[in-house]
Ligand binder design. Structure first.
Ligand code: FPP
Length: 237
């Protein structure tokens, strides 16, 4: 019997700052190393055939960081998206579809444009969907979905008593994708931090003390191996 691959894996890319500080580097250097880890893990996940991966890159709360750090992170997104443009043939061969996941308001327009281009150009590449959570918060995402339904109710198109969980799910940024089977958080923290809180209702959780920039493809293999050994009951026995 082959190993059962998770259909959707979430990664909370944590520990870049500590990685940099422990080396006497700036926090921005840590985020650059984090982006290298993202590239490595994203590529590997596509190669082994994971259906969906979601990477938490910037939360709605991360705007509170020093302006210099925020701008360094935004530049990392720009660089990556330009690079993805240059590598679009390779990404097409891998069957990778990129998807922006987060609030648009407050984001620099040029970054949204780059994301939109990458997303539109890869729309027919359906092997692996890579969601990049930027300016993302799980509660805001649920609110966004619920408001959409509220508008339908107000317009007289929807009976409030007929609202189902599926209707809320289909208004989330991950609509049409499987729920995350497992969520990975490095750097020793054991919390969700507002990441896919609706979708993660039954997700397995996997953590390690390693910091995100040190996360390797061997660690990824270990996640998959551990996942295949867990017995998920979904509330049953
Ligand atoms: C959390 O670590 C990390 C972030 C807020 C930024 C994550 C961004 C990247 C890894 C770049 C991703 C790049 C692309 C192209 C998607 P932290 O700074 O909170 O670390 P700390 O807890 O050690 O301070």
């Amino acid at each position: 019997m082959g190993i059962e691959l998770p259909r959707h894996i979430g990664f909370i890319m944590d520990g870049n700052g500590r990685w940099a500080t422990s080396r006497g580097l700036s926090r921005s250097e840590g985020h650059k190393a984090g982006a290298d880890a993202f590239r490595r893990i994203c590529e590997y996940g596509c190669d082994i055939g994971i259906k969906s991966m979601t990477f938490y890159a910037f939360s709605t709360e991360n705007w509170k960081r020093p302006a210099q750090e925020v701008s360094a992170i935004m530049n990392i997104f720009r660089d990556y998206l330009h690079e993805a443009q240059e590598r679009k043939e390779e990404n097409a061969q891998k069957g990778m579809h990129m998807h922006y996941m987060g609030e648009r308001e407050g984001m620099p327009e040029d970054i949204l444009d780059l994301f939109d281009t990458a997303e539109n150009e890869s729309v027919n590449q359906t092997k692996t969907t890579v969601n990049i959570a930027v300016n993302y918060g799980g509660r805001a995402e649920i609110l966004h979905s619920v408001k959409r339904l509220a508008h339908s109710v107000a317009a007289g198109e929807l009976d409030p008593d007929s609202i189902t969980e599926d209707m809320i799910t289909s208004g989330l940024y991950t609509a049409g994708q499987p729920e995350p089977d497992i969520i990975v958080r490095p750097s020793g923290e054991q919390r969700l931090s507002n990441f896919m809180i609706w979708q993660a209702a039954y997700s397995e959780f996997w953590y390690t003390d390693k910091l995100w920039p040190d996360f390797t493809t061997e660690d990824f293999d270990k996640v998959i191996e551990d996942y295949s050994k867990r017995h998920r009951r979904f509330g049953g026995v």
